[in-house]
Design a protein around this ligand. Structure first.
Ligand code: MTE
Ligand code: MO
Length: 422
């Protein structure tokens, strides 16, 4: 055992393991012998679990419910691929802690909401939501992805703790609100030159009386470029379950850093010592052997900040049966938005040779980059691989387990989709 402090969700439970087998089966369509990712197959395994529409008001039925109690809900790829902008009724949900009354996609209660600016500033200030609404706003199309997305794939190498997300703990959404920089500039807080991080806190309280309140720090320099105090998602007030009425949004960062129900921003000279920043939501800086324990500290690990480059295959789906001849492989790719994605490549021979897909470059560097590739397949079983490469030469490992870590964060291994051609 490691000496890590354990929180409720770190503890592996029998239920979540059983559910993993069920969802993995539903996802591949192999174990259950059903059509992969259809709403029907999703309902078949969730018969004993409440349906997603019952867990969160306004969500579509048939989403993957990893945990009904904590409302951890994933979007099956078959639903995720339907629209370029992920609608609020299918977007995944993850809350470490919950704010009472927010299990709904309806707009959040904004009356009397305030945001405090504190820490290394000469003049701390608290502003009301109405003041925030007066600022000029920008809209950013961006990937919102849990750092645990793809966690289930690590467990092929060694067990990991946490909800066994497949590939659908992500979405592509449009957030709108004032830039953090404009707000900080205009408030004249007189920020100390020692400030190097922004630590964000939401109105939600600790999950258990004795556990740490959820808080995260991001580098100030990056937050001044990317950060926004979002008031809208997809053209309407941010749904309560997604962090309305105001959310700190960090495009190109893992979703965990985008604080829902934002109530306080603190300027700090170091990352907060909060449990969720210090002992969770980190990955070892150097690769470790799958299954080995790891004692996290600030020096041997990195916070789950910038998104690792990734491509996801949306069609065909794993386990699908196709007919002989030409077929279109399609999916999306994204990175942290700091440099251009140069190419997405597809392989049909387990990575020996690659061919380029047609890649769309969206206006926002933080958005999904849709891609397609035509392939010609003979009778038999085939494996389709896809990988993205960016201008810094960053790409995805053929064997994603190289990034194994005890909590299964940051999966970006090359995805493999198996198809049968008859
Ligand atoms: N206040 C608050 N913000 C939070 C969380 C939380 O528990 N409390 N969870 C984080 C995590 S781990 C993720 S992945 C995203 C999920 O965003 P979503 O529920 O809008 O999809 O919210 C992040 N922001
Ligand atoms: Mo997350």
């Amino acid at each position: 055992m490691t000496s890590r402090l354990r929180t409720r969700e770190d503890r592996p439970s029998k239920v979540s393991r059983r559910r993993f087998l069920q969802t993995a089966g539903a996802a591949s369509g192999i174990a259950l012998g059903v059509r992969p990712f259809s709403a029907d197959s999703a309902r078949a395994w969730s018969a004993e679990t409440p349906d997603s529409a019952e867990v969160i008001a306004g969500k579509q039925s048939g989403l993957i419910v990893h945990n009904a109690k904590t409302a951890e809900i994933e979007t099956p790829l078959a639903m995720l691929r339907e629209q370029r902008i992920t609608p609020k009724d299918v977007l995944f949900v993850r809350s470490n802690q919950e704010l009472a009354g927010t299990r709904t996609t309806a707009a959040a209660e904004a009356e009397g909401w305030t945001i405090e600016f504190a820490g290394l500033v000469e003049t701390p200030r608290t502003i009301g939501i109405d003041e925030l609404r007066k600022f000029e706003s920008v809209e950013v199309e961006m990937v919102l992805q849990c750092s645990g997305n793809g966690r289930a794939l690590y467990s092929k190498a060694a067990k990991v703790s946490g909800a066994p997300w497949l590939q659908g703990a992500m979405g592509n959404v449009r957030f709108r609100g004032p830039r953090l920089k404009s707000v900080l500039d205009s408030l004249e807080l007189n920020i100390s030159p020692a400030a190097a991080f922004v630590s964000a806190e939401g109105k939600d309280g600790p999950a258990m009386p004795d556990s740490a309140d959820f808080e995260h720090s991001v580098p100030l320099a990056d937050a001044l470029v990317r950060g926004m105090l979002a008031l809208e998602m997809n053209g309407e007030p941010i749904p309560a379950v997604h962090g309305g009425p105001v959310r700190l949004v960090m495009p190109g960062y893992y979703g965990t850093m985008s604080m829902k129900w934002l109530t306080r921003l603190r300027l700090d000279d170091r990352e907060t010592f909060n449990h969720h920043q210090r002992r969770r939501y980190r990955t070892p800086t150097e690769p470790i052997k799958p299954g080995s324990p790891f004692k996290y500290d600030f020096d041997n690990s990195d916070a789950n900040w910038r998104l690792r480059i990734k491509s996801v295959i949306f069609a065909p789906l794993d386990g699908e049966t196709l007919s002989v001849g030409k077929t279109t492989v399609r999916g999306v790719a994204f990175n942290d938005g700091s440099v251009k994605i140069d190419a997405v490549e597809v392989s049909l021979d387990d990575g020996r040779t690659w061919r380029r897909a047609r890649l769309e470059t969206p206006k926002s560097p933080y958005a999904w980059h849709p891609w397609t590739a035509e392939i010609d397949v003979d009778r038999g079983t085939h494996r389709i691989l896809a990988r993205a490469v960016d201008a810094l030469g960053r790409t995805q490992p053929l064997d994603g387990s190289i990034g194994w870590n005890p909590a299964g964060y940051g999966w970006n291994g090359v995805q493999r989709v198996q198809i049968n051609v008859s």
